[in-house]
Design a protein around this ligand. Structure first.
Ligand SMILES: [Zn+2]
Ligand SMILES: [Zn+2]
Length: 311
């Protein structure tokens, strides 16, 4: 599992920083969180390609998080037989995308479905055979959602001594059990994988939380995450802007990351007022509160470690 930061900025694209957008690549699929103006540039620059893109999750309807959606759809329409696209987001995302499509009249060769947040929905927004995506409201000047992508639990570790004690011959039967399949021995005994596997192992968890004040949702989404992409928009001396507009400073983000047990916190949605030379100041401030914090960088690839480094 890899996270590719397509942009790390806030508010608008700058020559030195694209709006915040995160691509998670896993099992041949790509899940994108937010698409502001220029996100397709990030896709091209990182050579991720668009073929695996099936899910686009949007935090909120501010331009720096959604203006790039039509461009992404047009890019996807350039490939042959693309798979359907699911767009997840706040109430109004469907109308926004459909009106853009109707007004611009661009070509689409794939179907698009929408999952809009509502009070009645469960915490799990989306699930395929490999991952689930959790959503939770945050506190911003507009309704805003944070996300957490969780790899589904993996089968437990294979215990060879148990297989031997059950007199299962080494070879293909061991392989089947390791992959979670039941087997039948020559004498007709059925063996289920649970008999030879340890406890299921937790998968890798990635949090994506931007454009919010410190709030319950931030903690919920970041709790124990293996990597968290969190807003760190301002230096502490500009905290009044953060408070007024509903954003996190680097100190807020670092403090929450530390308390929530995040392993690695990558701070994004950086204000355009800071150029790249000033990023070390933001990083220093963040690290003073949480050693595992760092500033995000456009086009950087972050591999997601397994919990407890067990693999
Ligand atoms: Zn924003
Ligand atoms: Zn916003």
């Amino acid at each position: 599992m890899e996270c590719i930061l397509l942009g790390s900025g806030g508010m608008m694209p700058m020559p030195y920083r694209l709006p915040t957008s995160l691509a998670v690549r896993f099992n041949g699929r790509i899940y994108i969180f937010d698409a502001g103006e220029g996100t397709q540039l990030g896709l091209k620059k990182t050579k991720i390609g668009i073929r695996g893109l099936n899910v686009l999750a949007v935090s909120h309807l501010h331009a720096d998080h959604c203006l790039g959606i039509p461009g992404i759809m047009m890019l996807k329409a350039q490939i042959q037989d693309p798979e359907p696209l699911t767009i997840i987001g706040p109430p109004g995302i469907k109308k926004f995308v459909e009106q853009a499509h109707a007004n611009l009249g661009f070509f689409l060769n794939f179907s698009v479905s929408f999952l809009e947040w509502s009070e009645q929905n469960s915490e799990v927004a989306y699930e395929d055979g490999k991952i689930r995506i959790i959503w939770h409201p945050l506190e911003h000047s507009r309704f805003c959602l944070g996300y957490r992508l969780e790899e589904l639990d993996r089968p437990g570790k294979f215990k060879p001594h148990l297989a031997t004690s059950l007199e299962i011959p080494k070879g293909s039967l061991w392989g089947k059990l390791q992959q979670g399949e039941s087997i039948t021995l020559e004498d007709g005994t059925e063996i289920s994988p649970e008999q030879v596997l340890g406890q299921p192992r937790r998968g890798r968890h990635v949090a994506y939380v931007v454009d919010t004040r410190p709030s319950k949702g931030v903690y919920r989404l970041c709790q124990g995450a293996d990597i968290a992409f969190m807003e760190g928009m301002f230096l502490p001396e500009h905290a009044e802007h953060a408070e007024a507009k509903g954003h996190l400073t680097v100190l807020d983000a670092a403090r929450i990351a530390g308390r929530a047990g995040v392993r690695r916190a990558v701070l994004v949605h950086i204000s355009p007022r800071y150029n790249n030379d000033e990023l070390s100041l933001l990083a220093e401030a963040a690290k003073s509160r949480f050693e595992g914090a760092e500033m995000g960088e456009d086009f950087q690839v972050y591999s997601v470690p397994y919990p407890n480094d067990e693999d």
